[in-house]
Design a protein around this ligand. Sequence first.
Ligand code: FES
Length: 161
Amino acid sequence: MQKIISEINDIVQDEALGKGSIIPYFEEIQGRFRYLPPEALILVCEHLNIPLSQAYAVATFYHAFSLRPKGKHCMNICMGTACHVRGSPQLLDRLETKLGVKAGSTTRDKLFTLETVNCLGACALGPIVVIDGEYSGQMTPQKSDALLRRIMRSEEKEQRG
Ligand code: FES
């Protein structure tokens, strides 16, 4: 825990982040830890001299921030109407089964977080899955299997060094 606090302190003291907004601090901390630890909210608020309630409001408003630890890979399935009619429920079923978690959860090994969104503004390409920020359109359960296999292979390679 001391190491996390020390790293958060380093971020908070980074003058390049300015003092105008809480967002750059949260982006930096979210990027480093894949979530916003409670200590981070407190330290950033003390540094910017703003109330904790404001930090919580920002942290919970933006989808990019999370108060719970996320997996190394984030998968977002669009469940908006256009994607829904083109098969996103089947896609979600498949990914929930393959990963062994329900939407909104993270796998036990902290490798994947599975989430849903309500329209990514690219309806013509539906159903859409966004993995680590990369959009994949016209997704099918079979294609999602292939994507998962690719990620797993790359993870195995990384672990072997
Ligand atoms: S409904 Fe999925 S991108 Fe619009």
